[in-house]
Design a binder for this molecule. Structure first.
Ligand code: ADP
Ligand code: MG
Length: 683
């Protein structure tokens, strides 16, 4: 019964779960207070004294029990509104009691409402020897007598029966020594019932380290096993395609970062092991050309490549960019998406199976089961966060030897997040923007300044520029947002009437073809204004667009705002991003807007986003179990995270399979349940 409730309400299934249900704070009952110490700032007190008197007062709802407790220094009032019968039985004037509770004042007199109370026997030590834990619980549990107090009792009972060998050490001695960590057994005791604050801190430090270290170890082992045992296709030749393109058709000098990353990937793909790499780079850092060079490398080694993008529009744009880049290369590039016509699809599938197509660009359609490659050697996944892990795995199955995989992220991910959520991947960073980028001026304007903003748009259009106006549409099905978008569109149209001005509108409810047409008209400059939802968020490239207006900017997340801003500043002209908001902004919204106005660095913005929203909300990591830490926070504990990462690396460096005697407990722990200890079930 109790067990069922614990399972349902708190997911506590085993003794181990119970021990891992940590208190969120402690109350200090190691100290004894006196009545004369109490002042307006006092919160909780523990007082020992003699009961002077008690009586019930009031009627019905107002009925209460009032008692007076006296210590050497004064008198404090104790009040109960509930459980009067039970308390009354306990009370006897002239006896000594120990009370604990939150102080309140009534007519300037200190009192404690519903204090915890116990009889003090003459020989008994007055204060407790430990801090008392306060546990998270639920209303339902409280109602069934499993509130924080009862959880505390259960835990205490459990701990009293547990010995060192029930919670054996799993960390190697030298790590414990080096980091000065207390044992696992003591940590579990002290985190629940610490003797003092220092003991509690030591327990938390030990368990946080363990938590992060284990997660790092798991991921680094996956990575190290791939490095050692996976089979991968070998790209060991830099051939004609790569060289010719590099020497003759590269439209610009590569940045240092691009060169470095290409080198990293080249050495990774030449070793005969499968590459699984995350490529991070801010908007506009030039990830596409890196992908193109790698696809040429694959082709030089006789392999096919495919590049997947999350949307039809993006795939098409990639297709066009890549086709243009490779125009002189006599290398067939094709596009396959959901809207590819049947006859064309057939032909493409055929050519893929025959190996005639070397580079395929597409959407999810690429990974449908009917698509058979002749010898797929490289998969590039652009704008990673829209592709799930399961989808990635599907690609693995396409060939006997899995292709190399390069995942390119839409938005930078903070380092700590990348380490924890993608620690099993290798990792490259484009931390340099191509030269000559003009900074985008970002400003915050209120709704009330709209007409000024519209005037500004007008002057920019007169200069020949194009404008994005983005409306929030969080859910494509959201009716309110949809109506706002339509209203906004009408509004813009009133300011910018045809035939002098032409406006494109793109949103998720349009059929794909209509989206495409509207987008195209903007790309070809048939329209000057693009009114859109975030469907254009990622990747779209219209260099002549110089102004990004974001309507109701307070409704967008930071990384989304940054992505949107990245749509401008792609051409030679000075660009602007205008964040329009209502006049009332919440604290977080204000901070987001402030961040956008003051920094253009995607990594900084990602860090801020992580701080504001927490790791669970960051794109692409929501489902990642890797972030379900009980104690550690990748925001607050980044130093411990770095430390655990380095230590995991050095442990695996010496003993990659954890087979040495000292590492065996660690290995066993990893092989067991996620909790790591086989506990008997609570019954
Ligand atoms: P993202 O990393 O956001 O996908 P892109 O690959 O779309 O960035 O590149 C953004 C723009 O920068 C493109 O127009 C591209 O041609 C240009 N670009 C990329 N690398 C360089 C470079 N090394 N020098 C100059 N321009 C570059
Ligand atoms: Mg891109």
């Amino acid at each position: 019964m109790r067990a069922d409730l614990l399972k349902k309400e708190l997911s506590i299934f085993t003794f181990g779960d119970l021990l891992s249900h940590f208190p969120f704070r402690h109350i200090d009952r190691t100290q004894l207070n006196t009545v004369n110490e109490i002042n307006a700032a006092t919160e909780y007190v523990q007082i020992a004294g003699v009961l002077l008197s008690f009586e019930t007062m009031g009627q019905k709802q107002g009925k209460r029990l009032v008692a007076e407790l006296k210590d050497k220094t004064g008198v404090i009032e104790l009040i109960w509104f509930q459980g009067l019968g039970w308390v009354q039985k306990l009370l006897q004037t002239g006896h000594s009691y120990l009370v604990y509770g939150r102080v309140s004042f009534f007519n300037n007199q200190p009192q404690i409402v519903h204090p915890e109370i116990e009889i003090l026997l003459p020989e008994q030590p007055v204060a407790k020897k430990y801090l008392e834990p306060v546990y998270p619980t639920t209303e339902k549990l409280k109602a069934k007598g499993l509130g924080g107090r009862q959880l505390s009792k259960l835990t205490q009972a459990l701990l009293s029966q547990i010995h060192e060998h029930n919670i054996p050490e799993i960390l190697p001695d030298d790590i414990l020594c080096q980091l000065n960590l207390i044992s696992r057994f003591h940590a579990f005791r002290q985190i629940h019932f610490p003797q003092n604050n220092e003991a509690y801190e030591a327990a938390v430090r030990r368990l946080k380290f363990e938590e992060l270290f284990i997660s790092q170890l798991r991921m680094q082992m996956i990575r190290s096993r791939r490095h050692r045992f996976s089979k991968g296709v070998v790209f060991d030749t830099v051939g004609d395609l790569f060289n010719t393109f590099y020497k003759e058709h590269l439209p610009f000098e590569l940045t240092g970062a691009q060169k470095r990353v290409i080198k990293e990937i080249r050495s990774d793909t030449a070793r005969g092991k499968q590459m699984n790499r995350l490529l991070q780079g801010d908007v506009g850092s030039g990830k596409t050309i890196v992908a193109v060079l790698l696809m040429l490398l694959a082709a030089d080694n006789g392999f096919q490549s495919c590049l997947m993008a999350p949307t039809e529009i993006l795939s098409r744009q990639h297709f066009e960019t890549i086709s243009a880049l490779l125009e002189k290369m006599k290398l067939p590039v094709r596009i396959l998406t959901g809207s590819t016509k049947t006859a064309e699809r057939k032909r493409i599938l055929n050519e893929l199976a025959e190996g005639e197509i070397k580079i395929l660009v597409g959407t999810h359609a690429v990974i449908e089961d009917v698509v058979q490659f002749n010898n797929l050697g490289l998969v590039v996944i652009d704008e990673q966060h829209r592709f799930g892990v399961a989808q990635r795995a599907k690609l693995w199955e396409k060939s006997a030897v899995p292709p190399h995989v390069l995942v390119m992220t839409a938005t930078p991910i903070p380092r700590t997040l990348a380490m924890t959520a993608y620690g099993d991947l290798d990792y490259s960073v484009l931390d340099e923007l191509p030269p000559g980028r003009k900074p985008i001026t970002t400003v915050h304007r209120y709704e009330s300044q709209r007409s000024k903003v519209m005037d500004f748009i007008k002057t920019e259009i007169e200069k020949g520029r194009q404008i994005y106006i983005i409306f929030p549409l969080i859910e494509e099905s959201d009716k309110m947002d949809y109506e706002n978008l339509m209203k906004g569109y009408e509004n813009v149209k009133a300011y910018f009437p045809e035939p002098k001005y032409w406006i494109s509108m793109v949103h998720g409810r349009q059929p794909a073809e209509q989206k495409e047409t509207n987008m195209k008209r903007f790309v070809t400059h048939d329209t000057q204004i693009m009114v859109s939802t975030t469907v254009i968020e990622v990747g779209v490239n219209v260099p002549n667009a110089s102004v990004m207006i974001i309507e109701s900017a307070e409704k967008f997340g930071l990384s989304q705002l940054h992505q949107l801003r990245g749509r401008v500043g792609r051409g030679a002209e000075k660009s602007y991003c205008i964040l329009l908001t209502g006049s009332k902004l919440g604290n977080d919204a204000r901070e987001r807007i402030h961040t956008m106005v003051t920094t253009a660095n995607g990594f900084e913005i990602a860090e801020k986003d992580l701080q504001l929203r927490g790791p669970g909300e960051i794109d692409g990591t929501k489902q990642s179990g890797a972030l379900n830490f009980k104690l550690a926070s990748i925001v607050q504990d980044r130093e411990v995270l770095e430390l655990s990462k380095n230590i995991a690396a050095s442990v695996l460096d010496v003993d990659p399979d954890l087979t040495s005697a000292g590492n065996l407990p660690l290995k066993n722990f990893l092989n067991q349940s996620p909790q790591g200890i086989i506990w008997s079930k609570i019954s």
